[in-house]
Design a protein. Structure first.
Length: 262
């Protein structure tokens, strides 16, 4: 992470972002802020998922991690404790619970997640329902195995865990689908890779699809990727939440970009 870049943009975000829907004239975005982004309702499954997080944060067991880096072909391997990975890689509770609320609100039938890690965001993204389907892709075998155990613990039968490089597994996953309703991009944070995944998923979108980009201010490259995505002519509404960039394709909307406090 480029900390200077992230801090600069965080301060800008605090100064520019709209709170509580004030000054937002789009009814679609206003409703989203009120009902989803600012919503603080708790669901039973939140406790179950957070208790998995608490266990991971106490697990001193070491695993061999294949560091896929920036999509590099030369995989670095090193030993890390489950605890340290959980601390560094998982989306914090507040942001992860927004993924649940977005799912619950838009009810995507078919979703893809790039970057499973230990599966907490996968659970938040999918456990608002039973008939919806989530395909989640993770390149590190030992990390994915921990996620698969977590899915079993919560009996999350609607998640398909795929192990492999995004560049190989994303096209395979997409080929099996007619459309994709939601994609959560949370791994391999480089400009080229992010744009590449975005362009691969684009032909599978419908009017109602949502893309969620993680860490859009993680580096200059990620911020450049976010800017390119915003100006893509297929993209209509974008919402910058600092930690996430939300993308909507709704043809009925005029092209507009919002900066919203979360
Ligand atoms: C930030 S973590 C995902 C965190 C998870 N979504 C959560 O919040 O609970 C990103 C994951 O993507 C995986 N990853 C990164 N680059 C990858 C690539 N090119 N192919 C496959 N997996 C990759 C990493 O191994 C890592 O576990």
């Amino acid at each position: 992470m480029n900390y200077l870049h992230a801090i600069y943009h965080f301060i800008r975000h605090l100064l520019q972002s709209k709170k509580g829907g004030h000054g937002v004239h789009s009814p679609f975005v206003y409703q989203l802020i009120k009902e989803v982004i600012d919503n603080t309702d708790q669901y039973y499954v939140f406790e179950d998922i957070e208790s998995l997080r608490a266990k991971l944060l106490l697990t001193e067991q070491e695993i061999i991690v294949e560091d896929l880096g920036a999509g590099s072909r030369t995989t670095k391997k090193n030993k890390r404790t489950i605890r340290s990975i959980a601390k560094a890689a998982l989306k914090p509770k507040k942001q992860a619970q927004l993924l649940f609320r977005l799912g619950n609100h838009f009810q995507p039938e078919v979703a893809i997640e790039l970057g499973t890690s230990f599966g907490l965001s996968s659970l938040y993204l999918s456990q608002w329902g039973e008939k919806n389907k989530l395909i989640t892709i993770e390149g590190c075998h030992n990390i994915a195995k921990v996620a698969q155990l977590n899915f079993q613990k919560l009996n999350a039968k609607n998640i398909t865990s795929v192990i492999g490089e995004f560049s190989q597994q994303l096209p395979i996953a997409l080929k099996q689908l007619d459309k994709v309703d939601l994609v959560y991009f949370d791994g391999n944070h480089t400009e080229d890779a992010t744009i590449g995944y975005f362009e691969q998923c684009l032909p599978y979108t419908t009017n109602e699809s949502i893309f969620i980009f993680d860490d859009i201010y993680w580096s200059k490259g990620m911020t450049k990727a976010w800017k390119k995505i915003k100006i893509n002519k297929r993209v209509k509404v974008t919402i910058d939440l600092f930690h996430f960039g939300l993308v909507f394709f709704r043809n009925e909307q005029t092209k507009e970009d919002f900066t919203v406090y979360h």
